[in-house]
Design a protein around this ligand. Structure first.
Ligand code: PAF
Length: 280
């Protein structure tokens, strides 16, 4: 199979996209940081259902990592990623840091409101500013008709939706379902940091979310279900950042049990931080 062409420069990207546009083709963007796994490939296949052309961006975005996070050790597997995309994507956009952040760069996009209050933001206070900024840049560069984001990063998805609505990007955001391994662990590029034992234990995260969701549906006791879930995770030696229930659309605290609820969790196993979420 022929390998997917790569554009590193903006001029290259624009030339490809404008050729497609002239031919009346729709364009989808799947933003990634590389280290691609089946979960990403599922998003790329989903993108293909919505557009004739699919661009996958691969860029490990420095501004969304905090000073003590894993930016330096984040897996960079470009050639493998590129071969996984053969036959699935039309173009890989792999810009250099200086392309995304020109010298003297001083502009950020900050999303406020309930979507960025708490959860990840309590533990990674500059994370969503970095994500919103890089995604806004990618949207302006690629100018896609649709963009696909995985539900695994549920808060990120809601932050992007808020940004798209507020800045009136003419782009449809398509959520991609979380792909899981057989034991329920959400696929993530960071799963490769887990030791063998931790990898087995990691399945408890999704089991706990499912128990919480069931209990909430059966008892309507949101706090009780979450307390029980936190106890299970602590007993299994997870270091919990949060296990919370939020309004599924706004991410505001739950006040109305008839509205859709999302349960979100972040917990550490050893040095690996895992996140997951589920509808209640
Ligand atoms: O979800 C990710 O991989 C990243 O946060 C994204 C959306 C590609 C922005 O860097």
């Amino acid at each position: 199979m022929t390998s997917t062409p790569v554009a590193e420069a903006l001029a290259d990207l624009r030339q490809n996209v404008s050729g497609w546009r002239k031919a009346g083709e729709r364009v989808a963007l799947v933003p990634t940081m590389g280290a691609l796994h089946e979960g990403h490939l599922g998003l790329v296949r989903l993108a293909r259902q919505h557009a004739e052309r699919v661009v996958v961006s691969i860029f490990v975005n420095p501004t969304q990592f905090g000073p003590n996070e894993d930016f330096a050790k984040y897996p960079r597997t470009f050639e493998e990623d590129r071969s996984k995309l053969a036959g699935l994507a039309d173009l890989v956009f792999a810009p250099a840091v200086e392309t995304m952040y020109p010298p003297g760069d001083a502009t950020f996009v900050t999303v406020a409101g309930p979507a960025t209050v708490g959860l990840e933001d309590s533990f990674r206070p500059t994370h969503f500013r970095g994500v919103a900024t890089v995604v806004a840049k990618l949207f302006l560069q690629v100018q896609p008709d649709v963009a696909v984001f995985g539900e695994k990063d549920y808060q990120q998805l809601q932050v992007i939706r808020r940004m798209v609505a507020d800045l009136q990007f003419p782009i449809t955001i398509i959520p991609g379902p979380t792909l899981r391994t057989e034991d329920g662990l959400a696929m993530s590029s960071r799963n490769r940091y887990l030791s063998e034992d931790e990898r087995e234990q990691a399945a408890i995260i999704n089991q706990t979310l499912r128990q919480c969701a069931e209990e909430i549906r059966e008892t309507n006791d949101v706090e009780g279900a979450l307390e029980a879930g936190r106890a299970v995770l602590s007993k299994a030696e997870f270091d919990i950042d949060y296990l919370e229930a939020r309004d599924a659309e706004t991410l505001a605290p739950v006040t109305d049990l008839s509205a859709k609820i999302r349960i979100l969790v972040a917990a550490r196993l050893g040095t690996t931080r895992l996140i997951d979420n589920i509808e209640a």
